[in-house]
Design a protein around this ligand. Sequence first.
Ligand SMILES: [Cu+2]
Length: 132
Amino acid sequence: MFRNRILASTVVLACGFASSILPAHAVATDYRFELVGKPQLSGQKDIVQIRLVHSTDGKPVPDAVIFESTADMGPQGMPTMPAPVKVLPAKGGVYSFEVDPGMAGTWALHLAAKVQGEPETVRGTINVDLVK
Ligand SMILES: [Cu+2]
């Protein structure tokens, strides 16, 4: 009992200490996805290129593993309208996705990524104008 209480207060102290001396400690919200150029039309599909950037220093993250990518038309009031998304090979820190939109307009591309040395999953949404 007594020992548990000591342990608990030690943990609280340790956390407060860590956050006060390490304000730049990477958390998942330290990253953002950015659109690279305009989507390129390829047949009926759009090729969307995205960069993952570490917000605090603006450096691109080239070795992330994007394990989730979905698209819906939420930005235009159609969150239940999905579009197939295919992950294409990443090149030079640029992540590419082939989206097959059911209609032209603004789509939300939701991404989840694993970043080296970052325990938390990095999530982000990019709004992108797609054509048919
Ligand atoms: Cu729609």
